[in-house]
Ligand binder design. Structure first.
Ligand code: SF4
Length: 470
């Protein structure tokens, strides 16, 4: 039996990311491949690197996608299903809107795959049929399958999966592409899952069952996977690797002898702890992603991100840099408390404190999140085209204190300013951290701005076409 796994990337976002110089591969599909029995042959396409050929022959196609990739996923699924190939859709968007995904798939997997994937495959192999309705399929975990009148089925598991004994991701299925399509590492992995916070625009609290309850992989198992990886660099795709300081410190101590380099994401709450930073640095941490999100404290409070304190940004960044760690800040525009001065205030403060890099986005209210519910209740959602929920190319709701056009223009202006050569020089002169990779990374973002501009132009000038065809 032949299985194709697709890490879906909507063409708009792919184009926006085309010129990134440092990029990391997603973990989901290499990991799902590791959960797949050896009786299946497995191929994998990450659309950041390569287009899918829907004419190839497989017994099963599995696609994972976030909200911006949903429509592209449905197009791909349609192309395969038209040839009689069974399609499974999972990932964040299918978890948020399973009944929508089920209109385009034979099978939808909601949430985590660990306790469901083997059962899904077994049901396919045995051609198991279920009558319409919901059927319990595993007493221990409460996993169930809902058979829809259309014939599609939705698998769910309400119990959080254990992280003990996870297999190592199948890195051989992470492929480099041609020029400028190289991954910075082929070693994505996780140590923890979940996040104790509940920022109102974030989909994490909806995607995992009991997401606020942290789960931990045994440190020895993480270290074994890191040691087995041939790459010097590792990306930990944890939602918040510093959520539990005790676990994080134990992990860092155990990682240090491997002399790897690594990066991950955490929150301001953890980087207040000097021992966390010291041990992270000693274990090879080169950079941390932290969602700063805003320089406006009322915006942070309004979105339930009040574990961030704007007044502490400067001091915290100095401490992170003092340990030789760079900070990639997440910055988001479009909160209700933002007015038009937010753009210049953000650019100025980030320059003054020497932020190394920033992922600058428009607030994208994913369906099902409290942010989406509020905007919908206030009738402020103006665009339900999921392709536009990428936080890069479109404003999908009416902001409170400016027009959508002003928000988009301000966001674009801020990005251009942040990645202006003079601003890069100013920030990195203050940071002085990891310049050998930090300078190329900034230049990558600078070049990436061209890709985003092209993506916006193309979005308005033509319908999207799948690689098949047309
Ligand atoms: S801290 Fe980050 S991962 Fe946690 S809920 Fe907020 S945005 Fe999501």
């Amino acid at each position: 039996m032949e299985l194709l796994l697709i890490t879906c990337e909507d063409p708009l976002t792919r184009q926006a990311r085309a010129r990134e110089l440092i990029r990391f591969p997603q973990l989901t599909m290499p990991y799902l491949a590791a959960l797949t029995p050896q009786t299946w042959g497995v191929s994998h396409v990450d659309e950041i690197i390569r287009a899918v050929d829907p004419h190839e022959r497989y017994d099963l196609v599995g696609i994972t996608a976030a909200t911006p990739g949903a429509l592209h996923t449905y197009e791909l699924a349609g192309a395969f299903r038209a040839r009689g190939i069974c399609v499974v859709i999972g990932g964040p968007h299918a978890t948020l809107l399973p009944y929508e995904a089920a209109q385009h798939a034979d099978i939808v997997v909601v949430g985590e795959a660990e306790w469901q994937w083997a059962r899904v495959l077994r049901d396919i192999e045995r051609e198991t049929h279920y009558p319409t309705g919901v059927h319990l399929i595993d007493e221990r975990t409460g996993a169930n399958v809902e058979m829809l009148p259309s014939g599609a089925r939705i698998y769910r598991c309400p119990t959080p999966a254990s992280l003990v004994g996870l297999p190592h991701a199948r890195r051989a299925l992470i492929h480099h592409g041609g020029w400028n399509q190289w991954w910075a590492t082929k070693s994505p992995m996780i140590a923890t899952r979940g996040c104790p916070h509940q920022c109102d625009y974030c989909a994490i609290p909806l995607i995992y069952p009991r997401a606020r309850q942290m789960r931990f992989r045994p440190v020895a198992q993480v270290v074994a996977e890191a040691a087995a990886s041939p790459d010097k660099g590792i990306v930990f795709w944890d939602d918040n690797i510093g959520a539990d300081l005790r676990y994080a410190k134990e992990l860092f101590r155990a990682l240090a002898p491997l002399k790897k380099w690594w990066t991950s994401q955490t929150t301001m709450a953890s980087i207040r702890d000097d021992a966390f930073l010291r041990l992270a640095a000693e274990s090879g941490c080169q950079a941390l992603f932290v969602g700063l999100e805003s320089v406006n404290q009322s915006s942070l409070n309004g979105t339930r991100k009040n574990h961030n304190q704007v007044s502490a940004y400067r001091q915290l960044l100095q401490r992170v840099h003092a340990f030789g760690i760079a900070l990639q800040g997440g910055i988001m525009f479009g909160f209700d408390e933002d007015n038009q001065d937010i753009f210049a205030r953000t650019v100025d403060l980030m320059g003054e404190i020497g932020l190394d890099n920033a992922t600058i986005s428009l607030m994208a209210p994913y369906p099902g999140t409290p942010a989406f519910a509020k905007l919908e209740k206030e009738k402020r959602i103006i665009d339900y085209d999921w392709r536009h929920y990428n936080g890069k190319t479109h404003v999908v709701y009416r902001p409170k204190q400016m027009t959508p056009e002003q928000l988009l223009a301000g966001y674009e202006w801020a990005k251009t300013q942040f990645y202006a050569p003079s601003h890069i020089a100013k920030r990195l002169a203050i940071s002085r951290t990891g310049l050998w990779w930090n300078i190329p990374r900034n230049l990558g973002y600078l070049f990436g701005l061209t890709g985003e501009a092209r993506a916006r132009r193309d979005a308005t000038s033509s319908e999207w076409r799948i690689a098949s065809g047309e």
